[in-house]
Design a binder for this molecule. Sequence first.
Ligand SMILES: [Zn+2]
Length: 142
Amino acid sequence: MELFREEDIKMYFYENRLKTFEGWPFDEDCSCTPENMAKAGFIHTPSDNCPDIAMCFFCLKELEGWEPQDDPEKEHKSHSPSCQFIALKKKVDELTVEEFLKLQKERQKFIINKSCNESITKFEEAAKLRRADIIKTAMGEE
Ligand SMILES: [Zn+2]
């Protein structure tokens, strides 16, 4: 296994996160500027309906509905208290290899958790539809 694949570690770096904030609706005279968002670990992940979704690259927590006076670091800590990235006392480039790998291991847990939860939701939705079909059939509607 390769330990440092570029796409895995890219978002650990502020500059790369900052680049994602193109078109971010809060720019001046506010706390949640692209710079502060990127500093707090967020990347910009807009959808068609929500231009202001941001996600922590590490714990994958998504937050939307930002207000100009919101402090990205505070919001991050309060919505995702178990995120080790926002709790980090050192800069990423000051970490030892061992510290970095430990961190990366924790990040993998968040990734696995999220994808499991998504699969469960998908499965439950499919099961719900199937159940409705069965009931319809049983009631002789089809
Ligand atoms: Zn986080």
